[in-house]
Design a protein around this ligand. Structure first.
Ligand code: PMP
Length: 315
């Protein structure tokens, strides 16, 4: 997806020009992948611009950093303020936000002694991630030959840049073989998640999703869907999912900030029902898209308002 530069990027509490947000090739992160990050959406709702679950994304960013002993003086409220400030100043509504914490330029050893921690937030225009633009048609996916990282290797609950080497293997293989996305199994052969999405399935009226112990990211959209299922009185369990459940389920869908709620039509060329968005997925989509568009009341206070004085340039 082409990146369209905005005017400003937030760096350690200050706004700098987009083109000045540069790092040295000997920065720790370039050599060892030492970064954690977030992907957040700012929606253009009926009631104005709003960042979706800003607080939860900021907290997950800091939690990811904590797992890797990357300490910063900025707290979650600072990150939320930075995101709001950036959306307001760049006038790119709707947009995707990319908060990022990494080890910068200092010493060159693996042990990050005397290496500064840098905090950045960028935002940019981003549209539909998966699918062909037809919300009713499920996407075609495969089970990846690559497994997710084993729990005691790269911690899945940290959204670390380096985890996305594994995601790249899954995604590139899937695309090379004509699929939109790959589903990875965990090290024990149970269903984990997509390269950048959590996974849910429906079987006999019950919704299933793998628990956090199956090497999945604690997705914020995953959490939203769990809350919406509860609101709608739909039974949902978090349990181990064997691979073959993917082939015989009634409905299957991805969730993610980028993917939102994307129905899956086939796995390994085996059709899921008629390959179209199923009734439970549709109920959840209706509720989710209703809330993010402002058509349905934001009863969980998921939005942080962005004061945009001038008309948005996008959307
Ligand atoms: N799993 C992985 C590996 C991801 O990269 C993402 C996207 N952040 C998700 C799940 C979905 O998480 P969220 O709903 O918070 O975007």
């Amino acid at each position: 997806m082409a990146l369209i530069p905005t005017e400003k990027i937030w760096h350690n509490g200050k706004l700098i020009p987009w083109n000045d947000a540069k790092i040295h090739i000997m920065a720790h992160v370039v050599n060892y992948g030492s970064s954690v990050f977030e992907g957040v959406r700012c929606y253009k709702t009926k009631h104005g611009a709003g960042i979706f679950r800003a607080q939860e994304h900021a907290q997950r960013l800091l939690d990811s950093a904590k797992i890797y002993r990357m300490y910063t003086d900025f707290n979650a409220a600072d990150i939320v303020r930075g995101m709001v400030e950036l959306c307001a100043i760049n006038h790119t509504i709707p947009c995707y936000l990319r908060p990022l914490i990494f080890r910068g330029y200092g010493e060159v050893g693996v042990n990050p002694k005397n290496v500064p921690i840098e905090v950045y937030i960028a935002n940019y225009e981003w549209g539909k991630y998966l699918g062909h633009g037809d919300a009713d048609q499920g996407v075609d996916v495969c089970v990846s030959s690559w497994t997710r990282n084993a729990p005691n290797t790269m911690p899945a609950m940290a959204k670390a840049g380096a985890n996305y080497m594994n995601s790249q293997l899954i995604k590139m293989e899937a695309v090379a073989n004509g699929y939109v996305e790959g589903i990875a199994l965990d090290v024990n052969g149970y269903v984990s998640e997509g390269s950048g999405e959590n996974l849910f399935l429906v079987k006999n009226g019950t919704i299933y999703t793998p628990p956090l112990g199956n090497s999945v990211l604690g997705g914020i959209t995953r959490d939203s869907v769990i809350q919406l299922a509860r609101d709608l009185g739909l039974p949902l369990v978090q349990q181990l999912i064997p691979r073959e459940m993917l082939y015989i389920c009634d409905e299957l869908f991805f969730t993610g900030t980028a993917a939102e709620i994307t129905p899956i039509g086939s796995v390994d060329r085996i059709s899921i029902a008629d390959g179209k968005c199923g009734p439970v997925t549709r109920k959840l989509q209706k509720e989710f898209f209703g809330i993010v568009s402002g058509e349905i009341e934001d009863r969980h206070n998921w939005f942080t308002a962005v004061p945009v004085n001038q008309p948005a340039v996008i959307g």
